[in-house]
Design a binder for this molecule. Sequence first.
Ligand SMILES: NC(=O)c1ccc[n+]([C@@H]2O[C@H](COP(=O)([O-])OP(=O)(O)OC[C@H]3O[C@@H](n4cnc5c(N)ncnc54)[C@H](OP(=O)(O)O)[C@@H]3O)[C@@H](O)[C@H]2O)c1
Length: 383
Amino acid sequence: MMAQFELVMLLHFSRVVGQPVFYRLVQPVSLLVTTKCTVRTMSSLSEIPKSMKAIRVEKNGGPEVNVLKEIPVPQPKDNEVLIKVEYTGVNFIDNYQRSGLYNRPLPYTVGQDAVGTIVALPFSAALPSTSLPTLKLGQRVLTPVGESFAEYLVAPVGKVAPLPDFVKPEDGPAYATTAFTAAALVKESYPIQKGDWVLVRAAAGGVGTLLSQLSKHLGASVIGTTSSPEKAKIAKENGADHVLLTTDSSESNVKKLLELTGGKGVHVVYDGVGKDTWEEDFEVIRPKGTIVTYGNASGPVPPFAPLKLSPKCLKVTRPTLGPFINDPQDFALYANFIFDTIKAGGLKSTTYKVYDFSAEGVAQAQTDITSRSTIGKLVIKVA
Ligand SMILES: NC(=O)c1ccc[n+]([C@@H]2O[C@H](COP(=O)([O-])OP(=O)(O)OC[C@H]3O[C@@H](n4cnc5c(N)ncnc54)[C@H](OP(=O)(O)O)[C@@H]3O)[C@@H](O)[C@H]2O)c1
């Protein structure tokens, strides 16, 4: 009873003085109280500032609308951790949100994946029990969610994984959104079987390099498409057995692909390019195959009637990462699959370039990723 009263007072005090001060002044006492009754409070490292730098978008537009702002450090809820960000990853989706193709309420902090250190977390009673090691204060972690172009971000405890020692921090962002996406595509959107023929579009890109590596690791024969001989070399280094250049005609590429697959076509197309490659996907897929359209690098695919699938009895799926990892158990399975595959030599990071944590650095990274000039993963060094 007494503990509950103390707790109410402490929570009230935390609201009055603000959370950072609360952590510094009151947290040792709250630790005592909350170990007695399971309540919503947290443990934290002491030096959390009140404000931080973040890249914000306040209006839709081109890369120039990214601005560096001083904003309050986010306050974690009782199921969230607070992470001090070291590196964050550049994702194509950052452009869709900034331009307005994907609706995101303004203003917002850019980004969605990070490597950093846990500086506040709920007591262990609130941490989900999964196949991942328990989260700890001061631990280096990765997450594929959160407003990450910032010095601090909050992420749900069920979507944070300790970063293994064998992963360099600057390589971590490649193993966040891009690797989780690639893993979900090869495990669930179309579960690859040994001996399958797989077509990976943009095979030298962030997701594409990892998709090719994972497909190869799972025993598939991989055909990649890309736009230059330099990128074709990268695609081959990342698991593509054959590469078709998109600078060649579609007719010639379809012919080559059918020759390679004994006239049958591929079992699955993983297509993050979208509009420009959509129709060709229907020519290269074999009967009963699966088209996984997971991105819009060249624009969204057009609406289509289900009858389009009938001649070859096809499946089309349009996945997005979120639902695959909403359950902490699923998140843990994917994290372990990624880390185990790295350990087994089946997955390596493709960090291409590290950019400054500034409005100019972010604008440059976003300009580069849409220019088709990049390979692998682009990263921002925050601290
Ligand atoms: N569904 C999900 O949950 C999810 C998650 C992550 C990413 N994605 C999607 O996956 C795709 C790839 O993302 P990423 O971050 O890894 O990017 P990326 O592949 O590194 O870059 C995009 C690549 O797309 C190709 N491309 C073809 N036509 C293009 C055009 N008109 N403009 C720009 N690029 C074009 C280019 O490769 P070539 O020069 O080789 O053709 C380019 O390098 C994006 O559409 C992204 O939104 C989806």
